[in-house]
Design a protein around this ligand. Structure first.
Ligand SMILES: Cc1ncc(COP(=O)(O)O)c(C=O)c1O
Length: 422
């Protein structure tokens, strides 16, 4: 039985108060909270097994190496990878995408080639491609969105051409919540021989992920957005594509042998994990995935769909005052709701909600082009996870009602200029 109240007991931070109220944590798209099981696993590892990996024959190093490799296996199973060797630990989604841009793009792109991304991409899946395109004389093209926040699939066939070498897109938007149809994109991309990069930062923590079914070539995601610690992320790549890719960072651990004139790169995945990795964080991520698996990623997804459906229904009561963006159908969205209150700056709304103990994100959420496309200077973003409840949503909507009622007061007391955020 999926029971958020029981789940909440594993998250000590959810007990704390902010501005005299029990915290309502709705900033999960930015980063999630951590259950005691993850904290304990990391502490246990440091207390009992800690040493550097792959470097020593001594017992501690072997135990640490085994745990570190096991973490790769746990990730591989979670996303139905063909092999754990396809799982490369990096520090976050941003590093994963830069690794592909420099490891694959830098070596394979030629002048006149095209890279296709979407207008709803996070800067982390847009700027690396723009930089690499600049370096190589390639061109970046964008897939636009419809007014209700879906990708314009009917245009994909025109935008992706024989010149396209890379197609990059988010599995789910960090602003609109839209869950994109990966196979519609991969089909067209693969027909012209392009590689496909999926940004899974907002999807892998929330939606069951099977890389074989997605048919993408690369997938990137972050541990801190799925109950794990910061400093650990995943770059998954199809083995044959990884074999073609060059290491982006090189140094210790990436090689089998080096002479003054030659280098033999290491096997996968070590070739791409330069230097001492985030060993403790990898153990933390593995425990986070075990936790999610015990609860059931399908159950988490179902719960979030219900939370979104309930929020959208309750927001109808405020429809004269609140505008929200993205798909109306909760089945097409992750638990992300970006909105604005009429005549109130998004930062003012965010800071006002904080007075009620509600944590949301405000600004452009590292998706400036998407906001410009929608004609917006920013949005307030509420984003859910497995520990959020219907009671919290009621309290959130009631608080929004109060903010709307006291609009003039909040405008005066919390002017947008005093707030920061991007
Ligand atoms: C869709 C998407 N891609 C990439 C990122 C970047 O993740 P990280 O900061 O962990 O590298 C985020 C973070 O919010 C995101 O939402």
């Amino acid at each position: 039985m999926f029971d958020p109240e029981e789940i909440r007991r594993d998250f000590p931070i959810l007990e704390r108060t902010v501005n005299g109220r029990r915290i309502v944590y709705f900033d999960n798209a930015a980063s999630t909270q951590k259950p005691v099981q993850v904290l304990r696993a990391m502490e246990e590892f440091m207390k009992k097994h800690y040493a550097n990996v792959h470097r020593g024959l001594h017992t501690l190093s072997q135990e640490a190496s085994q745990k570190y490799e096991e973490a790769h296996e746990i990730v591989a199973k979670f996303i139905s990878a063909y092999s754990w060797r396809e799982v490369i630990f990096v520090s976050n989604t941003t590093e994963a995408i830069n690794t592909i841009a420099y490891g694959w793009g830098l070596w394979n792109l030629r002048e006149g080639d095209e890279i296709v991304v979407t207008i709803m991409d996070h800067h982390s899946n847009m700027l690396p491609w723009r930089l690499i395109a600049n370096l190589k004389g390639a061109r970046v093209k964008y897939i636009d969105i419809t007014n209700d926040g879906y990708l314009q699939y009917e245009k994909i066939g025109e935008i992706i051409t024989e010149k396209t070498r890379i197609v990059a897109f988010p599995l789910a938007s960090n602003v609109l919540g839209t869950i994109n149809d990966a196979r519609k994109i991969t089909k067209v991309a693969h027909e012209v021989g392009a590689i496909v990069v999926a940004d899974g930062a907002q999807s892998v923590p929330h939606v069951p992920t099977n890389v074989r079914e997605l048919e993408v070539d690369f997938l990137a995601f972050s541990g801190h957005k799925m109950l794990g610690p910061t400093g650990i992320g995943v770059l998954w790549g199809r083995e044959d594509v990884l074999e073609e890719m060059k290491p982006f960072k090189v140094g210790g651990d990436t090689i089998k042998d080096v002479t003054l004139n030659t280098v033999v790169w290491h096997d996968l995945p070590w070739r791409f994990e330069a230097g001492t990795p985030n060993i403790v964080e990898a153990v933390g991520l593995a425990e986070a995935i075990n936790y999610i698996t015990r609860i059931g990623i399908e159950n988490i997804r179902e719960h979030e769909v219900e939370l979104v459906a309930y929020t959208l229904k309750r927001l109808e009561e405020l429809s004269d005052e609140v505008e929200y963006y993205g798909p109306r159908n909760p089945q097409h969205k992750t638990g992300v709701i970006a909105f604005n209150i009429k005549e109130l700056n998004h930062h003012t709304v965010g800071a006002s909600l904080d007075l009620f103990g509600i944590a949301v994100r405000t600004g452009m959420h590292c998706a400036h082009p998407l906001h410009y496309r929608l004609g917006l200077k920013g949005t307030v973003r509420a984003s859910y996870y497995l520990y959020n409840t219907f009671e919290e949503i009621d309290y959130f909507i009631d608080s929004l009602e109060k903010i709307i009622m006291l609009k003039e007061k909040f405008k005066k007391e919390i002017p947008a200029e005093v707030c920061t955020g991007t």
